[in-house]
Structures are given as structure tokens and as C-alpha cells.
Design a protein around this ligand. Structure first.
Ligand SMILES: C[S@@+](CC[C@H](N)C(=O)[O-])C[C@H]1O[C@@H](n2cnc3c(N)ncnc32)[C@H](O)[C@@H]1O
Length: 268
């Protein structure tokens, strides 16, 4: 998959992709990264890419001519590439968007803003505006790198096991269960016995329960109404006996943990 960054600071991109998993993906030919600098398309002696905003106001705005020339050049190189402008006001990045990009296999062209952002007319050459969250950074390079990183994890061969991306938080619709490695006992904190006994049915059940409970407590918005109902004891009649038992255990454990938390708070 090819990722092209339109950026005034290509060295920031080159630096970021020269390590670890992304670098290995590039070395294996699974990922291709390139940059186009809009400054190359300026015609004045100062190579101006920004100007003051019409109507007044703080900061500088990226001029349309060099930005659009850079997008046109990018489209020559990646004719089917999806042009994504990095904007705090765009659609907010989520794992489902990451997977949508990864599974489409479409090359991605990131348009990175800087200063006060883009002249509005630039968006006529853009397929989509994307934000990485409700906060404002100095430039679009880090947001674009974050998207590339998240998408790359789904490209077969980039991770040791693709399953690790598919089993991560959000991809399963739930937060991940707790993970442990050696030693078994670290300063008195012992790895749960169930993970060490080799019974995979029990391990999967334990993990599913931990995921569900963590998601319920921290991100209930990720759970469907059906699952929330089941946790609250409203289980459909045709639910399998073992599933009913599973949800009953989850409910009981959540109630117990809430009680313990309350006792802890009162003790403080
Ligand atoms: C300082 S910001 C401009 C903010 C702009 N004036 C506004 O209020 O929306 C400069 C550039 O950083 C990038 N940027 C900043 N925060 C971002 C975010 N949360 N998601 C995506 N891109 C962001 C965008 O490319 C933006 O054009």
C-alpha cells in the first residue's frame, strides 16, 4: 500500500518511518512512503506557501496554488489515491475507519496543514477531511503518521501475526483484556492462574469476560444495546444456557467489584 504525504516538513515523515515495524514494512516492500513538498510549486523568490487571512485574524493561511499543485502531482503519482486533508474539524478517526482504509487497499494521500490551516478552496481537491481527535496540533504530519501507522498494522505481513491487529482493542468491538508475560510473580503481583493452566476454553472465557467488563466500565458506548441488556439481566429467551451463565457471572462480578470500590472509597 502506498502513502504519500503532502507536507512542508518531509524530514518529519522520513524520520518517523525509519524505525521499527513501519521501517520493516517498507524494507519488505509492503508499504511505500513518499512526500511532496508544496514549496516546490511556488514561483516567487521567497517560495511563499502562506499568506495573511482575508478579513483579518491571527496566523497565516496556506495558499491554494502550491497546495493544489502538490495534490495534482500526487494524483499523477497515485491516480487512484484517496486524498485526505488533515483537519481538526474533519471526521474523527476510529478503528472502523482505519479498517475501512486498510481493506479498501486504496493508496492514501495525506494533505498536512500548518499554521492556521488551509485556504478553504483547497478542499475542492480533497476527498475527505479527517481529524485524530478534539484537540489542535501545530501541523498535520503527526495526525497523518498516526493514520498510516494504524492502517499499516492491517497490511498482511507488516505485523508478525495479522491476528494481533484483529484482536486488539476496538477491532473486536471491545477493549482488550489484560496481558501478562514472565515473570509469574513480580513484586508479589501474580499472573492469574487461569492463564497458566493451558486450558484454552477457560482462557478464552476469562479474556472475553475481562474485555466485556473493561468495556462496560470504561467505554459502554462501544457495546450494542443487546449486550448491555444481557449484562443488565435482560437476556433473550433463546440465549444458550452457557451464554446466560456467562452474563450472570459478569453481572455478579461487576456488582461485587462496585461494592469493593465503594468500600475502598469509604475507607479513605
Ligand atoms: C494549528 S492547526 C490549524 C487549526 C485551525 N485553525 C482550526 O481551528 O481548525 C494546523 C494544522 O494542523 C493539523 N491538525 C491540527 N490538529 C489536528 C487534528 N486534531 N487532527 C488532524 N489534523 C490536525 C491540520 O492539518 C491543520 O491544518
Amino acid at each position: 500500500m502506498r502513502f504519500l504525504f503532502i507536507t512542508l516538513f518531509p524530514e518529519q515523515i522520513e524520520q518517523a518511518v525509519s524505525h521499527s515495524i513501519i521501517k520493516r514494512g517498507i524494507d519488505k516492500g509492503l508499504i511505500e512512503v513518499s512526500c511532496i513538498n508544496p514549496r516546490e510549486f511556488t514561483t516567487d523568490k521567497h517560495r511563499t506557501v502562506d499568506d495573511t487571512p482575508f478579513g483579518g485574524g491571527a496566523g497565516m493561511v496556506l495558499k491554494p496554488e502550491p497546495m493544489v499543485a502538490a495534490i495534482r502531482k500526487a494524483k499523477e503519482q497515485l491516480p487512484d489515491g484517496r486524498v485526505i486533508a488533515m483537519c481538526p474539524g474533519g471526521r474523527t478517526l476510529k478503528q472502523s475507519i482505519v479498517e475501512e482504509y486498510a481493506h479498501s487497499g486504496q493508496d492514501l494521500i495525506f494533505v498536512c496543514g500548518h499554521y492556521e490551516g488551509f485556504d478553504e478552496r483547497i478542499f475542492n481537491w480533497v476527498d475527505e477531511k479527517l481529524s485524530i481527535g478534539d484537540y489542535v496540533l501545530t501541523g498535520g504530519e503527526m495526525p497523518a503518521l498516526i493514520i498510516m501507522d494504524a492502517v499499516s498494522r492491517f497490511i498482511p505481513g507488516v505485523l508478525g501475526k495479522l491476528a494481533s491487529a484483529e484482536e486488539d482493542s476496538f477491532s473486536t468491538g471491545m477493549l482488550e483484556y489484560p496481558q501478562y508475560t514472565r515473570p509469574v510473580d513480580f513484586e508479589g503481583l501474580v499472573v492469574p492462574e487461569v492463564l497458566r493452566n493451558g486450558n484454552h476454553a477457560l482462557i478464552n472465557r476469562w479474556r472475553r469476560k475481562k474485555s466485556l467488563k473493561a468495556t462496560y466500565i470504561l467505554r459502554p458506548d462501544l457495546l450494542s444495546q443487546e449486550v448491555l441488556d444481557a449484562i443488565h439481566g435482560k437476556v433473550p429467551r433463546d440465549m444458550k444456557k452457557d451464554e446466560k451463565k456467562f452474563y450472570a457471572e459478569v453481572r455478579e462480578e461487576l456488582a461485587q467489584e462496585a461494592l469493593e470500590a465503594q468500600e475502598d472509597n469509604e475507607g479513605e
